[in-house]
Design a protein around this ligand. Structure first.
Ligand code: URA
Length: 437
């Protein structure tokens, strides 16, 4: 492949053929194309887009860059959920063991943080000993044995996404409909699913700024997933405030464990139950969402999902005793500071974009491919829009590595959380559902 001519073609707005796309993905995965050239290509795609044929070719080429999971015949449907990314979005952590309790098989292949959004793999790696690097054989074995596994792309499974994902993260090329579509669906199609549910986020901390753009992305993914044989459904969800009351790798694990134990923030629990309910309906295991929701809630309330979480942690090498000790601690970061409400009133804004940027700058996210992540930093005890606070009441807590970092973060976060004299109506969590039919 003459890659320079393909960069120039895309720069000038011309469509590439499936063979050209397959060639460039094969060569990039084999290390025959430099990152600087691929970065230029990604930026050309960011500005010029890709038509439906190009998106399909890119997705399939990325899926076929590695091995595809093959599951033995089994009455338990193989399903999964994936989010386009948000701040404090830890739905996948409680949802995966919950789905296993509901009789599904879940081989969840996830990603790391992208831009200011957190990544499931980064969160999981804050658990002592937990490994997210599983071979395809081990994924299938574990899913057959306990119903679920959570892991990342590897050199053997969707390696093209592993490399492109890391490059997009640090080149300002994440928020592109074709690139997000190919990244998510290449991983999900490599799992050989029976049904897929997608969380397509919109708002100030999402890659899609508004509902219209999110609907466009959702339609692109739902139609391509369904066309490729995986019945796909997308929920459009708001991402102007963080989900739950915590954001940051370990803090989100802690909040997920509370959700698994039947506690935790209402909005997190609602989304977890909603995704499980949709998958029950998509696979014909419940006749309606109204019937599916109580079925989905039961393992959270009975402790079964929490037990399954421990089984998954043990299967993936976690030190359960060390994890339990960490969970008992109020914080694992060296410094914690509170942001106090300047006056009594109602929270009118809790800006997830500013919060995401502050967490990245505290070390919770990456600015370069070489950045070393901190798992202990973040925010918790977040007051959410619509909630009453008293003067000097806690609006949030910052967890930081040093007193200087904490002070700087608190100063920046004063802009993120606003308190007003009147209560405001909180926005609905789920704005729409788009189904492949
Ligand atoms: N999640 C992914 O796996 N890829 C993206 O591009 C965005 C979110």
């Amino acid at each position: 492949v003459n890659f320079l001519s393909l960069i120039e073609a895309k720069r000038d707005g011309r469509a590439l053929s499936p063979d050209q796309i397959a060639g460039l993905i094969a060569e990039y995965t084999a290390g025959q194309i430099h990152d600087y050239q691929m970065a230029a290509f990604l930026m050309a795609v960011y500005f010029r887009g890709m038509d439906a044929n190009e998106r399909r070719a890119l997705t399939l080429a990325m899926r076929d860059s590695g091995e595809v999971l093959q599951f033995p015949a089994d009455p338990r449907p193989v399903v999964d959920k994936h989010s386009t990314g948000g701040v404090g979005d830890n739905v996948s952590l409680p949802l995966t063991p919950l789905l296993a309790c509901l009789g599904f098989r879940v081989p969840m292949v996830s990603g790391r943080g992208l831009g200011i959004t957190g990544g499931t793999l980064d969160k999981l790696e804050s658990i002592p000993g937990f490994t997210t690097a599983l071979t395809t054989g081990r994924i299938v074995e574990q899913v057959q044995a306990i119903g679920c596994a959570m892991c990342g792309q590897t050199e053997r499974m969707v390696p093209a996404d592993k490399r492109l994902y890391a490059l997009r993260d640090v080149t300002g090329t994440v928020a592109s409909i074709p690139l997000i579509t190919a990244s998510i669906l290449s991983k999900k199609l490599a799992e050989n699913l029976v049904a897929l549910a997608l969380d397509v986020k919109f708002g100030c901390a999402a890659f899609m700024p508004n509902r219209g753009a999110a609907a466009e992305l959702a339609e692109a993914m739902v139609s391509l997933g369904t066309e490729c044989g995986v019945p796909t459904r997308a929920l459009l969800t708001a991402m102007n405030s963080p989900l739950g009351r915590s954001a940051g790798n370990w803090l989100e694990v802690k909040e997920s464990v509370a959700c698994l134990a039947g506690r935790g923030p209402d909005d997190l629990r609602e989304l977890v139950i909603e995704f499980a309910a949709h998958l029950l309906v998509q696979t014909g295991r419940a006749q309606s969402l109204a019937l599916a929701r109580p079925i989905a809630a039961e393992p959270l309330d009975s402790g079964a999902a929490h037990q399954k979480w421990h089984e998954m942690l043990a299967a993936q090498g976690a030190d359960l005793e060390a994890t339990a000790r960490l969970l008992e601690q109020d914080h694992t970061a060296p410094v914690v500071r509170e942001l106090a409400a300047p006056e009594a009133g109602w929270v009118v804004c809790c800006d997830a974009r500013i919060i995401g940027e502050v967490i990245r700058d505290l070390g919770g996210g990456r600015l370069t491919k070489e950045s070393v992540l901190r798992h202990d930093v973040g925010v918790d005890a977040l007051a959410k829009p619509g909630e009453r606070v008293e003067r000097n009441g806690v609006l949030l807590r910052v967890h930081a590595g040093t007193p200087e970092d904490a002070d700087l973060a608190v100063a920046r976060l004063r802009e993120a959380v606003a308190v007003g004299p009147e209560p405001i109506a909180s926005e609905p969590l789920i704005a729409a559902v788009i189904d492949g039919g």
